[in-house]
Write a protein that binds this ligand. Structure first.
Ligand SMILES: CC(C)(COP(=O)(O)OP(=O)(O)OC[C@H]1O[C@@H](n2cnc3c(N)ncnc32)[C@H](O)[C@@H]1OP(=O)(O)O)[C@@H](O)C(=O)NCCC(=O)NCCS
Length: 175
């Protein structure tokens, strides 16, 4: 497979026929990661089955799915609406670090802004997500999540003080 370039990379919403490829890609991408739970691919499937894949984008190169990002509704403890969670996000190992993950994440965040989202949260490496505007927000981190990896990106409103939690399926996948 050739290295993906901006020229031959197509970002689009997932189609039903992408589901198996997304599952396998997610499994391959997370397999070498020490922080992986090993069931990230099942979480994507469970979110979809629950109607909670608010945004699911694939990156296609030469007809093959080489990247995927999922966004799901997040749960604000104060009842505020419009919060989303980013993840899982996966890029084919052989084409990682070529900008595919960034393109998917920026595209998904643009879609959230167009929906007038309140903001987005995630658990991930701050060194990576800082470039998209995510900042640590331990005061908003729900119990059971690693506060040092919890980050938040507000969209058009002040940073919240309250807990912004994940869809319950995230916890089901981790247990
Ligand atoms: C994380 C991931 C989606 C990033 O996608 P990508 O296409 O490789 O990333 P990009 O090309 O957009 O960005 C590359 C940059 O991200 C950094 N980066 C990639 N993965 C990183 C990670 N896990 N932690 C910190 N930095 C990371 C690279 O070092 C590089 O940094 P630089 O721009 O300063 O050189 C991809 O590496 C992946 O699928 N990893 C395995 C699954 C995973 O860990 N998902 C995220 C869990 S929070």
């Amino acid at each position: 497979m050739s290295m993906a370039t901006a020229l031959d990379l197509n970002l689009r919403a997932e189609e039903p026929e992408d589901q198996a490829a997304i599952h396998d890609l997610t499994k391959r991408a997370f397999a070498p990661m020490p922080y992986a739970d090993g069931d990230e691919q099942d979480l994507v499937d469970a979110l979809r089955a629950a109607g909670a894949l608010a945004i699911s984008l694939v990156a296609e190169s030469e007809g093959r799915v080489v990247g995927h990002v999922a966004f799901s509704p997040a749960v604000a403890a104060d009842g505020a609406s419009g919060w989303y969670a980013l993840g899982p996000v996966s890029v084919e190992p052989e084409v990682q670090k070529t900008g595919i993950g960034s393109a998917l994440i920026n595209s998904g965040l643009d879609m959230l802004r167009h929906r007038n989202a309140a903001g987005c949260v995630l658990v991930g490496n701050p060194d990576y997500y800082h470039r998209f505007g995510f900042r640590p927000a331990p005061q908003c981190c729900p119990g059971g999540e690693p506060a040092e990896y919890y980050q938040l990106l507000p969209m058009g409103q002040p940073r919240p003080d309250g807990i912004i939690g994940f869809h319950p399926l995230f916890h089901a996948a981790q247990s």
